[in-house]
Design a protein around this ligand. Sequence first.
Ligand SMILES: NC(=O)c1ccc[n+]([C@@H]2O[C@H](COP(=O)([O-])OP(=O)(O)OC[C@H]3O[C@@H](n4cnc5c(N)ncnc54)[C@H](OP(=O)(O)O)[C@@H]3O)[C@@H](O)[C@H]2O)c1
Length: 310
Amino acid sequence: MKQLVIKAFGDADQLVLTELAVDTMATNEVRVKMHYAGVNPVDAKTRAGLGWGAQAIKDRLPWSPGFEVMGTVQEVGAEVSIHQAGDRVVGLLTGGGYSEVVIAPANALVRVPKEVSDEMAAGLSLAGMTAWQGLTEHGSLKAGERVLISAAAGGVGHLAVQLAKDLGATVVALASPNNHDFLRDLGADEIIDYRNEAQLATLEPVDLLFDLVGGASGLALLSYLRHGGRVVTVPTITAEQVITAAKSQGLSATGMLKHNDTQQLALLIDAVAEQRLRVEVSHVYPLAEGADAHRQVETGHTRGKILLKG
Ligand SMILES: NC(=O)c1ccc[n+]([C@@H]2O[C@H](COP(=O)([O-])OP(=O)(O)OC[C@H]3O[C@@H](n4cnc5c(N)ncnc54)[C@H](OP(=O)(O)O)[C@@H]3O)[C@@H](O)[C@H]2O)c1
């Protein structure tokens, strides 16, 4: 089977397609034919040697990126009863999703109902759980509150906009003008071009900042919080900087690292099946063109999700 790997940290050209044997399966694992793998900023940052992801794998190269995987079960281990051959499944894995065939723990995967397309399911696990956990577990967002979401049109952001609306919040979304109609369709209440100072000056204070950009952007957005407001800053590389500044301004602030919760993922999939949640897929690349997918995610201006097709 073919797998995209990096043998050293570096630019997108480090991603090379290799042929290798499929690993043997443990009794609690399943073998999945990958249909789509989500491409996320963490894949590109780790490939470049940045952040916690690179620290974790630096002594284990070659490494194949890919945390978001969707496919069909080919075979199950002897102890597996929750899935069977032929099931369409999706999950958040620990890497290796950029592969034609993936071996994964059965309990990390959730069945995809027929109402949900392969593409929508594929973009949901990492981005959807990050959006949900950020807004609820870390942000404690409640009905009637105002939440400011930066990078609102991106992979995590466009799901966060819809989930925050569903929770009964008033959603203020930051995006470039070409994404404003898209965000209005998703239910955002107020949409602001983050480069337009005059528009930003009209912004009323918010209860929660869901910061999906971090760094200078996260720092600048702190001034839009009400007294005692809350901040969840998602990019890990700049989290300490934003948290320290927020706390010095009397705000409560936290970073986050998404975790796998298959019950949450199943609820998100149900929401897609019931058309309460939409996953926007803007780019699909063949597995062999993973380097182009990384160049796209590194533009920092992708609408919704990027997928690799197995
Ligand atoms: N800690 C965790 O567990 C965790 C989990 C998931 C993601 N993350 C991190 O969270 C961040 C967002 O992830 P993602 O997948 O949503 O990224 P993404 O899809 O690549 O985000 C793209 C979006 O960012 C917007 N953007 C770029 N610069 C901006 C700025 N200065 N202000 C406002 N919006 C801006 C773009 O908006 P326009 O095109 O409209 O300009 C674009 O729609 C990444 O840093 C990622 O690594 C962390």
